[in-house]
Design a protein around this ligand. Structure first.
Ligand code: SF4
Length: 329
């Protein structure tokens, strides 16, 4: 097997992967443009959204905010409304702040400068700098981590090894295409489960192909299970909605909601209600916790909001859907 520590083997590997990428790359909207802002928006979306879903959100976002200046002028609520459904709303808030910070000057062109902006970590900075500006810097995401770990049969690659190996592999003649090629290989061929080694352009260099799923060892994520209650208070023309705080959903609006064993009592007391009628159960998973939400409903004589006019999270859309099919007293 050719050894990727050997210079000639590495050149052959680069050439093979570049050829494969030209033939197999997916035709994605953000790959058809050279606009750094559009590339940035796509990378922010792809941080936590799958490519297939990201395409729709990308189109909607770019239609509403086609450039940095338009995004900078928008209100946070309008930005969140357009982002609604994509989840991880901190990304949208950071992107909005970023636009306000650089609307006058334009995006910086190096990974080091990009990393100083809100919501931009080392991966996103390297991806944008290499794809939009051609800076020779390696982008290391989960796909790259998996591909490199398997190529060298490393069970627990540490950050330093990954960084050094990715930099050594980088094709400095076309760093943007190279970074995308390695990531595309991880997305389409060297997948977490059932990688298709038989169709892989890197197979003849790969030390891990005999037992690929052994590399890298998977991190086990524990997810807390939390019970909660939500209150659907219906009045003429809408529902009572509260503006949410916190990292996950801050800036969005939603139904009054509390976690914990006394959640219903807390909600009833907040709205000075004696009781509410059970409507059903909604489940929603965040990265770190899974919420099981008992939804209660009551009629409300006071002011209400039209949910169509507020940015709602997916969680609140689920509650709204339940309220829409169940008669609220
Ligand atoms: S040969 Fe298999 S394990 Fe190795 S890089 Fe290709 S798909 Fe991944």
């Amino acid at each position: 097997m050719p050894d990727l520590d050997d210079r000639d083997a590495l050149s052959t590997f680069r050439r093979d992967l570049a050829t494969w990428f030209r033939q197999h790359r997916r035709d994605l909207s953000w790959r058809r443009v050279r606009d750094p802002y559009a590339i940035l928006v796509s990378e922010i979306l792809l941080q936590q959204t799958r490519v297939e879903q990201a395409q729709g959100y990308y189109a909607r976002f770019m239609a509403a905010f086609p450039d940095l200046a338009t995004l900078a002028r928008a209100s946070e609520e309008d930005v969140l409304k357009v982002w609604a459904g994509a989840g991880y709303y901190r990304r949208a808030r950071n992107l909005h702040q970023l636009a306000r910070a650089v609307a006058e000057t334009g995006l910086p062109t190096t990974a080091a400068e990009l990393e100083d902006l809100p919501g931009i970590g080392p991966y996103t900075a390297a991806a944008v700098a290499s794809i939009a500006f051609g800076e020779p810097v390696a982008a290391v995401d989960g796909n790259v981590r998996r591909v490199l770990a398997r190529l060298f049969a490393v069970e627990a690659p540490n950050a330093r090894w990954l960084r050094e190996t990715a930099e050594r592999f980088l094709d400095r003649a076309d760093p943007g295409a190279w970074n995308q090629a390695v990531m595309e290989l991880g997305s389409l061929v060297c997948t977490p489960k059932n990688p298709t080694c038989a169709a892989c352009p890197a197979a003849r260099f790969c030390r891990g192909k005999g037992d690929p799923e052994r590399y890298p060892v998977r991190r086990v994520r524990r997810q807390m299970v939390v019970s909660a209650c939500a209150l659907v208070l219906k009045g003429g023309g809408g529902y009572v909605l509260e503006r949410r705080d916190g990292r996950a959903l801050g800036g969005l609006w939603g139904f009054p909601l509390e976690e914990g064993p006394s959640a219903l009592e807390v909600l009833l007391s907040r709205y000075r209600l004696a009781s509410a009628r059970p409507l059903g159960t909604v489940e929603h998973a965040f990265t770190h916790k899974k919420l099981t939400i008992e939804v209660y409903a009551a009629s409300w004589p006071g002011p209400v909001d039209d949910p169509g006019s507020r940015p709602l999270s997916v969680l609140d859309r689920k509650i709204l859907a339940l309220a829409s099919v169940s008669p609220v007293p």
